[in-house]
Design a protein around this ligand. Structure first.
Ligand code: THU
Length: 130
C-alpha cells in the first residue's frame, strides 16, 4: 500500500483542477504488479469533469485489462481526512471491478482505510438487472 501511495503522491500533481482545486489520484494495482493511474480532470462545463477513479479504470480497460486482473484500487487526496469515491464512481466500480476487490482510501497523514468494492454500493444497479 505504501508503494501505491507513493505513486499517487507523484501523479496527483497532474490533476487538472482549476475550478475545485481539489486534487484526487487513483492507482490501480494489477495482479501482475503493474499499476495504472488516473487523476481528476475538470472542465469549464463542470458536469463534464472526470473523477480520478474513473480516469484510472477507463485507462485500464482501454489497454484491454479486465477486472479479473485488478487487485486493488487506491484513492488518494492530499487532505488529512479520508475521501471515498463519489456515487458515479461507485456505480462504475461496481461494474468494472470485482465485488471483492480492495478499495483503499489514503490521506496526507499516510493513513489507510480499506473496504471491499461491494461494500461501497450495496443493492446497486447492475447488468443483471437489465
Ligand atoms: N472527485 C474525484 O476525482 N473522485 C471522487 O471520488 C470525488 C470527487 C473530484 C471531482 C472534482 O474534480 C473534484 O474532486 C471535486 O469534486
Amino acid at each position: 500500500m505504501e508503494k501505491l501511495l507513493k505513486e499517487a503522491k507523484t501523479i496527483i500533481e497532474n490533476a487538472y483542477v482549476p475550478y475545485s482545486n481539489f486534487r484526487v489520484a487513483a492507482v490501480l494495482k494489477l495482479k501482475n504488479g503493474e499499476t495504472i493511474t488516473g487523476v481528476n480532470i475538470e472542465n469549464a462545463s463542470y458536469g463534464l469533469s472526470m473523477c480520478a477513479e474513473r480516469s484510472a479504470l477507463f485507462s485500464a480497460y482501454s489497454k484491454g485489462i479486465t477486472k479479473q486482473e485488478i487487485e486493488s484500487l487506491l484513492v488518494y487526496t492530499d487532505k488529512d481526512y479520508f475521501v471515498s469515491p463519489c456515487g458515479a464512481c461507485r456505480q462504475v466500480m461496481n461494474e468494472l471491478l470485482e465485488a471483492d476487490t480492495k478499495v483503499i482510501m489514503a490521506n496526507s497523514k499516510d493513513e489507510f482505510k480499506v473496504m471491499k468494492n461491494k461494500e461501497l454500493l450495496p443493492a446497486g444497479f447492475s447488468k443483471e438487472d437489465l
